[in-house]
Design a binder for this molecule. Structure first.
Ligand SMILES: Cc1cc2nc3c(=O)[nH]c(=O)nc-3n(C[C@H](O)[C@H](O)[C@H](O)COP(=O)(O)OP(=O)(O)OC[C@H]3O[C@@H](n4cnc5c(N)ncnc54)[C@H](O)[C@@H]3O)c2cc1C
Length: 427
């Protein structure tokens, strides 16, 4: 009999996990993906589209209904409101038309891949004075400010609010003697990327240069998950370009019309305030007993299984072990879940399936004028790799990755990643 697999969330982690489960377990699984929207939001290229004055809504969506249909998986567009791990059910409310009645769906396996809430609503003054690039609405708002003359060339601050990480990954050691450390910010590749890109934009638009931009982190070092050697190199480059840098600001307290105020008392003048918020767990996930950690992220082991309910998995930003909150780590986790379910159903040997998560910070950023940065690092977790490359090849890889992602319906071949590594690191 087919096993019912329900995947909650259809963005990077949900779609990736569903495809891997299907690939390895074929017709032994009936997969249903549930999401409140029927498209994949390709977040990583929003900054590039904003700076090039292209509407990201037109270039960065993929219709997941069609992709799933082609691969013989079902899709339901609905709001997920509850999970009962004992009865093995999920409560949803279809959301195409308002007023729909709640429905209960049962499962044999559940994959939770619903990301997190980006808590801009927790930041005083953000609605009036803040900008960001994590979704189409905010991306387009910033794009218009930059390109229609609203932005007059004043100081710019790019920063992150403090992340409140739970205890769900405590005690896990992905590398010998390593850990999933506690972080002060959820994901600081994007602030670095948009800062470098904006500096280039200012020069190209004859409005100044990097000296107008302050890069600010709540922690002791920005993007510390990329490793000290990589970050030191990045910061040296940024300092030579003229960027200002502030660390240990603890948190964002308030945005005003002309400034931004931090928890350590620092106040910086700013016409543009580009902020990345706290990543907060969804309420319905927080309520799943023995599944949610102290902050509502999903507790798993390094094989992405919940230790209490072994038929529940998590992937992507909602998983406690996903630190930093990077799509690339969610991708590794989808592969592991596919293998674990294949092991349960007798399609894969334990040797092959029980390869635990070894997170790698893999981040490619656009820095303008056809250049980019490339980071591959695992030292934060206890590994020994720290690579930083800057130049034209990383930019080309960032753009090519997106094209390959769309052309393969999200199934970027493993050789594609290997070629990217060779191109970035050996040329
Ligand atoms: C500007 C920016 C640039 C980035 N660049 C990179 C990069 O270069 N490389 C990289 O690896 N990562 C990057 N990231 C991080 C990456 O975007 C995230 O890690 C990734 O999107 C997480 O994927 P996910 O599927 O876990 O969660 P999400 O993308 O948040 O998807 C969660 C899905 O669940 C659905 N959902 C949530 N709650 C419910 C509910 N109650 N009912 C129904 N549906 C629900 C949502 O609609 C959504 O589709 C970047 C992030 C930002 C903000």
């Amino acid at each position: 009999m087919q096993k019912k697999v329900v995947v909650l969330g259809g963005n990077f982690a949900g779609l990736g996990a569903a495809q891997k489960i299907k690939e390895y377990s074929k017709d032994d699984v009936a997969i249903t993906v549930i999401d409140r929207k029927s498209y994949l939001l390709y977040v990583p290229n929003i900054p590039a589209e904003v700076l090039e004055n292209r509407n990201p809504e037109l270039s960065l969506t993929m219709d997941i209904r069609k992709v799933l249909h082609k691969e013989h998986m079902d899709f339901i567009q609905a709001e997920i409101t509850q999970v009962d791990p004992v009865k093995q059910t999920v409560t949803i409310t279809p959301n195409e038309r308002p007023g729909a009645e709640p429905q209960i769906i049962d499962y044999d396996y559940l994959v939770i891949a619903v990301g997190a809430k980006l808590a801009y609503d927790h930041i005083e003054g953000f609605a009036e004075y803040g900008d960001t690039v994590s979704d189409f609405y905010h991306g387009n708002k910033l794009r218009k400010k930059l390109h229609d003359g609203t932005y007059k060339g004043g100081p710019i601050v790019v920063t992150s609010a403090r992340f409140h990480q739970g205890d769900g990954a405590d005690g896990l050691a992905p590398y010998p003697g390593g850990s999933i450390p506690q972080a002060m910010a959820a994901c600081e590749g994007p602030p670095v990327e948009i800062s470098l890109g904006l500096a280039d934009w200012l020069v190209r638009h004859k409005m100044g240069d990097a000296s107008k931009i302050s890069l600010v982190t709540p922690g002791k070092m920005i993007a510390e998950d990329a490793g000290e050697k990589v970050v030191t190199e990045l910061l040296n480059t940024a300092a030579k370009m003229g960027f200002k840098y502030h660390n240990n600001v603890e948190d964002v307290v308030k945005l005003t019309k002309d400034s931004i105020i931090f928890a350590n008392g620092l106040e910086l003048p700013a016409e543009l305030k580009i902020v990345f918020p706290d990543w907060v767990a969804h309420d319905f996930v927080k309520n799943i007993e023995h599944v949610a950690d102290s902050k509502g992220f999903v507790i798993t082991d390094l094989l992405m299984r919940n230790p209490t309910y072994k038929n529940i998995f998590a992937a992507g930003d909602c998983a406690a072990v996903t630190m930093p909150k990077l799509g690339a780590i969610g991708h590794q986790e989808g592969e592991i879940i596919g293998r674990q379910i294949a092991l349960d159903l007798g399609h894969m040997s334990a040797d092959k399936a029980n390869e635990p998560l070894k997170p790698v910070v893999f981040c490619i950023g656009d820095i303008g004028s056809g250049k980019g940065f490339y980071i591959r690092s695992d030292s934060w977790f206890g590994g020994d790799t720290q690579v930083l490359k800057m130049g034209r090849i990383p930019y080309m890889l960032k753009m090519q990755y997106k094209d390959i992602f769309f052309n393969t319906d999200g199934k970027v071949p493993v050789w594609g990643e290997e070629v990217a590594r060779i191109l970035a690191e050996d040329f």
